[in-house]
Design a protein around this ligand. Structure first.
Ligand code: ZN
Length: 85
């Protein structure tokens, strides 16, 4: 025989993401679903001035585009680049 009782479990639910660059909340759809955003995590390793330091940040699409525009070499993977291999 199995005996059950109600158990209330606390869990963490992601409700908002804030862009580290502009401080704005990542937009949501009308249904409350987070729109896509950029997330990065990095733990620096040996032979680095940042050895052992951990970083993580999130960017909205607008700030992600700003970051991309600062790169000397495009980070976009498209078919043209793939054809060069
Ligand atoms: Zn932003």
């Amino acid at each position: 025989m199995k005996i059950y009782r109600d158990v209330f479990v606390s869990e963490k639910k992601l409700v908002d993401v804030i862009c580290n660059m502009c401080g704005e909340k990542i937009k949501k759809t009308d249904n409350g679903v987070l729109c896509d955003y950029f997330h990065s995590e990095k733990e620096w390793g040996y032979f680095s001035e940042l050895d052992g330091e951990k970083y993580s940040f999130d960017l909205c699409q607008t700030c992600y585009k700003k970051l991309l525009n600062q790169l000397q070499i495009s980070a976009k993977n498209d078919e043209k680049q793939n054809d060069k291999t």
